[in-house]
Design a protein around this ligand. Structure first.
Ligand code: ATP
Ligand code: MG
Length: 250
């Protein structure tokens, strides 16, 4: 039975989709887990765009509408994970989501992990995602507006009894709020910290998770460490990565 983990923030653009993709790809490729990654951000779906699946003829919207079965819409990604993209069409952006918990319950039987990319809202879309997941990860950057949304979404998670594994600070430029401040104000433990790295956008352009496109980067190392910590394992940085870190060429 899969652990179902939502990647949450009601602030747009903090890196939910990037993190969902990379955690899922790392869990699958580096840790050999059976992983399904699902886009539940129907109003502004972008998972398919990040992974080059935006022209895929099938999507979660079809299953939500009862037009297709799950096994007709799941897409296998080269990383080993399975992906369930959402439609990017405007007319599909308000697709009714009440069947989401049922769909994910069906998926749970076949995977070790199901990751949900979620919408930047405290509205309906996030509500359905909260009803669906067992666990969550909150993403923020180090700015005050994002922190405020991180606090709001963590309160919402508490209300819907979603166990939050921690907060990930993404795009950290070491200029804004400190990691201690973010952890203190959200009352969450720090699950990880990813630096701002412009090459992340190249990965999206190449439709590849950063963990594959930039395997030695600080971002990829941190993603692998976070995956290990979700599994309750310690991540030992391989010697070759320590060497690259020492040379500052990661
Ligand atoms: N660590 C990083 N360094 C540099 N750029 C990043 C990093 N993480 C994400 N980005 C960039 O930030 C932008 C927003 O990322 P992403 O789409 O993952 O955010 P999001 O929270 O899912 O947004 P939305 O709320 O709109 O769904 C993208 O262009 C992505 O390439
Ligand atoms: Mg997104």
């Amino acid at each position: 039975m899969a652990r179902v983990i939502g990647i949450f923030s009601s602030k747009g653009g903090v890196g939910k989709t990037t993190l969902a993709i990379n955690l899922a790809a790392s869990m699958s490729y580096d840790f050999g887990k059976k992983v399904c990654l699902v886009d539940t951000n129907l109003s502004c779906a972008s998972l398919g765009i990040h992974l080059g699946l935006h022209l895929n003829p099938t999507n979660i919207n079809m299953v939500l509408r009862g037009e297709s079965d799950l096994d007709e819409v799941l897409v296998r990604h080269p990383s080993g994970m399975t992906v369930l993209p959402a439609s990017i069409q405007l007319k599909e952006s308000l697709t009714e989501q009440s069947k989401l918990p049922e769909i994910i319950k069906d998926l749970k039987k076949d995977y070790d992990f199901v990751f949900l990319d979620t919408a930047p809202t405290v509205g309906n879309e996030t509500l359905w995602a909260m009803h669906t997941v067992d666990e969550g990860i909150i993403v923020t950057d180090s700015t005050m507006p994002s922190l405020v949304e991180a606090i709001k979404i963590s309160k919402m998670a508490e209300k819907y009894r979603v166990r939050i594994l921690g907060v990930i600070v993404n795009k950290n430029m070491k200029k804004g709020l400190t990691l201690d401040e973010i952890s203190y104000f959200t009352r969450l433990n720090l699950l990880g910290e990813l630096p701002m790295d412009q090459r992340v956008n190249d990965s999206i352009r190449h439709h590849m998770p950063a963990v594959h496109n930039l395997p030695r980067s600080k971002i990829s190392q941190e993603i692998r460490r976070i995956s290990a910590s979700i599994l309750g394992q310690e991540y030992n940085v391989p010697l070759v990565e320590k060497f690259f870190n020492l040379l500052g060429v990661n």
